[in-house]
Write a protein that binds this ligand. Structure first.
Ligand SMILES: [Zn+2]
Ligand SMILES: [Zn+2]
Length: 916
């Protein structure tokens, strides 16, 4: 049978793209400010323009879409604002690799031409992620799409920089930074990937200048000793108390350097004396600041030794390591070399081992900026979910370091600092014509800003800041930030700080940290590792709704190992929903008659879907009607609570269990007698079917937007789209009595079905069901629902017995003695019901049983004979290993028991029906 509106099977490809286009054309994704009314706004974490979505990211964005769709149905102006990040170093690397393939470098092109290439690349390839978002059905407001290099956005970045500069937060400083000699740029601490690697610890003797002997220091980077300017010992270390203030002679170099006392020297490490290289180690740099030590830079930006390295100048840093070790050995200064695991900092982008080295950079002074951000989280104005991430955030904020914001790249926001030969330095949004002091020409700083400097402004720069736009006035603060734990420092903390600094208000009251998705092998999903799963492939295979459902349903906890079976499960669920809808639509036109919508009979009027209408409908309905209405209300309340608490996996499970386990498995069946009876009862059943189906679709819509819309359009309900239909969270109808009665019926029906199946009774066979209970109440309930029970259980007759099982009364049909199992059901309120093995077995059933039992007996007998023959064979007994013989004897015993049991069952059946 086919319905004119819904084809026989659900084909997502026929539906999804069509609906996405329609929603977008009708403007549902666009939000208009409605001042004075609550809104729901998320500015999505902008993916890198180089990026490609894998299923791990997809989860993060799906959460935002689900919540957005839910709040939109609540009637709030809902803005899910999308955008992309220019991703300085990542994008520059992609384009540089492209150039390299053509035998070119960025220097060959020059700054201007190179930037043109990057923009070209962005226009051509930067749309990939947007396409993926659309395929997955994310209702983002594309009319407000932002890119962190757009002119308006660039204006916000300049504004923020100039303000911080003029307020004295930005300074030029020398500092040890993580330097990538390949990318030739500074890498922020949190972008460093640490890798454990085997290495060596070199113990080197530095002779005293004015007394015999030497102090021994240990290092894993011996080439840096050329830049040592002190040896540090802990002031509490008795071994060195007398030596503080002494001078040692730096081997290979001959420089005299002091022994200083500083708490950072760990007495437990090596000999307790450590070399201090302020230009090539951050801790040493800070010790150097405390003790006013000179900074000698021996490794250059290119990873080669500088002139300061004397005879090692020009060597690559790793060649220099070998050479320095050899020279130390030759001079007899190398005391010991021991294998030692080292934690190598590598460049996240290119994998090169980073070099900590001294460099002139722009910094933001952070301590003062961090303070309000600390208070916002301590006071609970900004909360983390799960809560423990607040500690991670606070720990970092309390120990915050100044932020190195300059990058030696071309792609990015160029630092708006202008310098004059006279020494004048200014920051300005527009390049100054001439120096305000001397009138001379000014030159702009060649570096660009760290990408995170621009994304730190995301929640307000996307809404129009620094202009006071209507969007900014209405949507800021936004309502939620959904992101991954990996960027709490890089991004979340900085948005909180800039929001508080520039707007005087938090950017969002809650930060939801989503689960990390691992692939099926338990590995982190990453494009570069080739471990990512492309969501478009999954959508092609299962459909977008099934992908969304499968992904969100498995998202409990903070780590998810991706299970593709859940997507398959999602697809099965789609088919279930589809078939249920077809059943309902088919019945709208009268029994089993497919009709086009304009000719459908009742429910003639569109079905209202609010809570009070549901309640009115339920009150005049049957017990199953009241039951399903009560369950629907409870499900709506629970799904609403789960969404409010960001338990999206729970919401998916609740609606799945209700729709499949109660509506489809039970209510659809239970409605059949009423539908067949015609008249008033049938009309009521139709109205209830449409009401429950439509409300279930609404609860499902945020998770499965496409299929729910497609079915919604075929239903006789009000409203042009399910996407803007009101959320049914206000359903309050509750009917405990109906729920209790239907649960009882469901238990009895399940037991009866199981019993039939386990006795090989054909489902169509109308056998008799005996029910035992010690109290009157369940028996009375079953009596009043006898036709329903018999219909649902496929039984011919039901006999109710008051009393315990086994029965001692004569009127109970003769039991079948070969089955002693009974199905015991614990029913609520302390009642117990037993549907026991008292099926009245009909002749044909008996024949089938008899044949099966004969087969069983013959099979067991044959096995028994085989084992018996084996054990009678002297060869076997002699040659087989004793444990095999023992095992065979045990088998014989077991089979003997099985034969006896099979024989007993057959005898019992024959005793009941002697003719067989
Ligand atoms: Zn690099
Ligand atoms: Zn000047």
């Amino acid at each position: 049978m086919s319905h004119p509106d819904l084809p026989k099977t659900y084909d997502p490809r026929r539906v999804e793209a069509r609906w996405y286009r329609a929603w977008e054309e009708r403007g549902y994704f666009r939000a208009e400010p409605r001042p004075g009314q609550p809104h729901f706004c998320i500015t999505i974490p902008p993916p890198n323009v180089t990026g490609e979505l894998h299923l791990g990211h997809a989860l993060c964005y799906e959460i935002q879409d689900i919540l957005g769709r839910y709040h939109r149905m609540l009637g709030k102006p809902t803005l899910i604002l999308p955008g992309t990040d220019h991703a300085g170093i990542a994008t520059q690397n992609v384009v540089e690799r492209q150039l390299a393939a053509e035998g070119l470098s960025r220097a060959d092109l020059g700054r201007e031409k190179f930037l043109e290439r990057v923009w070209q690349w962005k226009e051509t390839y930067g749309r990939r992620i947007e396409q993926q978002f659309r395929t997955l059905g994310f209702a983002f407001d594309w009319s407000r799409d932002r890119f962190t290099m757009d002119p308006d956005y660039a204006d916000a970045v300049l504004e923020a920089f100039v303000r911080l500069f003029d307020e004295g937060f930005i300074y030029r400083g020398e500092r040890v930074i993580n330097w990538c000699p390949r990318c030739r740029t500074a890498i922020s601490d949190i972008e460093v990937e640490h890798r454990e690697s085997p290495g060596y610890l070199y113990h080197i003797a530095y002779p005293y200048a004015n007394r015999p002997g030497a102090v021994v220091v240990a290092t894993t980077r011996p080439e840096t000793m050329l830049g040592d300017t002190a040896v540090a010992v802990n002031p509490a270390d008795d071994r060195y108390r007398d030596l503080v203030g002494e001078q040692v002679i730096l081997p290979l170099v001959g420089r005299e350097i002091p022994i200083i006392a500083d708490h950072y020297a760990d007495p437990e490490f090596g000999t307790g004396a450590v070399k201090v290289t302020p230009a090539h180690d951050l801790n040493d740099f800070e010790a150097g600041e405390r003790h006013n030590l000179p900074r000698v830079k021996v490794i250059g930006d290119d990873g080669r030794m500088t002139a300061e390295a004397g005879r090692f100048a020009g060597l690559d840093r790793f060649e220099a390591r070998e050479a320095v070790v050899e020279a130390l050995r030759a001079e007899g200064r190398l005391v010991e070399v021991e294998p030692y695991p080292v934690s190598l900092g590598t460049c996240e982008r290119c994998g090169t081992v980073l070099e900590p080295l001294l460099s002139e950079q722009w910094f933001v002074r952070m301590r003062e900026l961090a303070q309000p951000g600390i208070e916002a989280v301590e006071s609970g104005r900004v909360g983390f979910i799960p809560e423990r991430w607040a500690d991670v955030y606070l720990e970092w904020m309390r120990n915050i370091r100044d932020w190195c914001i300059s990058r030696q790249l071309w792609w990015g926001h160029r630092i708006p600092v202008y310098t004059c030969q006279c020494g004048k330095v200014i920051a300005a949004k527009v390049a100054p014509e001439r120096c305000p002091d001397c009138g001379g020409p000014m030159t702009q700083d060649p570096d660009v800003l760290d990408t995170w400097f621009s994304s730190a402004l995301w929640p307000f720069a996307t809404l129009g800041w620094p202009r006071r736009t209507a969007d900014l006035e209405y949507f800021y603060p936004t309502d939620l930030m959904v992101t991954s734990s990996q960027i709490i420092f890089l991004w979340v903390a900085r948005m909180v700080m800039t929001g508080l600094h520039f707007l005087g208000d938090i950017p969002f009251p809650e930060v939801l940290i989503n689960a990390t998705v691992l692939n099926a092998e338990g590995r982190r999903m990453s494009k570069s590792l080739g471990t990512g799963v492309d969501p478009e492939e999954t959508v092609l295979k299962y459909g977008a709704d099934a992908t969304r459902f499968g992904l969100i349903a498995q998202s409990s906890g903070q780590q998810v190992r991706l299970d593709m079976e859940r997507m398959e499960n999602g697809r099965n669920f789609c088919n279930k929903i589809w078939n249920a809808a077809r059943f309902v639509l088919t019945n709208l036109g009268g029994r089993d008659t497919p009709v086009p919508p304009q000719h459908r009979q009742g429910p003639s009027a569109p079905v209202p879907l609010d809570g009070p209408s549901l309640e009115a409908l339920a009150r005049e309905g049957s017990v199953p009607d009241r039951w399903i209405a009560s369950r629907l209300s409870a499900t709506a309340r629970d799904v609403t609570a789960a969404l409010e608490n960001y338990r999206l996996d729970e919401a998916a499970r609740l609606i799945y269990d209700f729709f499949w386990g109660e509506f489809c498995d039970w209510y659809l069946e239970m409605s059949k007698p009423a539908l067949r009876s015609g008249g008033e009862a049938a009309d009521r059943a139709r109205r209830m079917l449409v009401t429950v189906l439509a409300n279930s679709l609404k609860l499902l819509h945020p998770i499965m937007p496409f299929i729910t819309e497609e079915i919604w359009q075929a239903l006789p309900v009000e409203g042009e789209s399910i996407m803007i239909a009101p959320w049914p969270g206000d359903a309050t109808f509750q009917d405990g009595e109906a729920e209790h009665e239907i649960e009882l019926i469901m238990d009895v029906v399940r037991a009866a079905r199981d019993l039939k199946a386990s006795h090989d009774v054909q489902p169509s066979e109308k056998v008799t069901l005996d029910v035992f209970a010690e109290s009157e109440e369940p028996l009375g309930a079953l009596e009043s629902h006898e036709p329903l029970v018999l219909f649902m259980a496929g039984m011919g007759r039901m006999v109710r017995h008051k009393g315990r099982f086994p029965p001692d009364r004569q009127d109970v049909p003769k039991r079948i003695p070969w089955r002693s199992e009974e199905i015991t059901l614990a029913i609520s309120r302390g009642l117990e019901i037993r549907v026991a093995d008292t099926l009245k077995v009909s002749d044909s059933v008996s024949a089938a049983l008899s044949q099966r039992l004969k087969r069983d007996l013959a099979r067991e007998q044959e096995k028994f004979e085989r084992v018996k023959r084996k054990l009678a064979n002297p060869d076997f007994l002699q040659k087989a290993p004793p444990e095999v013989v023992d095992k065979t004897r045990a088998d014989q015993k077991e089979l003997e028991g099985k034969v006896a049991a099979a024989q007993e069952r057959l005898d019992a059946l024959r005793a009941q029906s002697p003719e067989r």
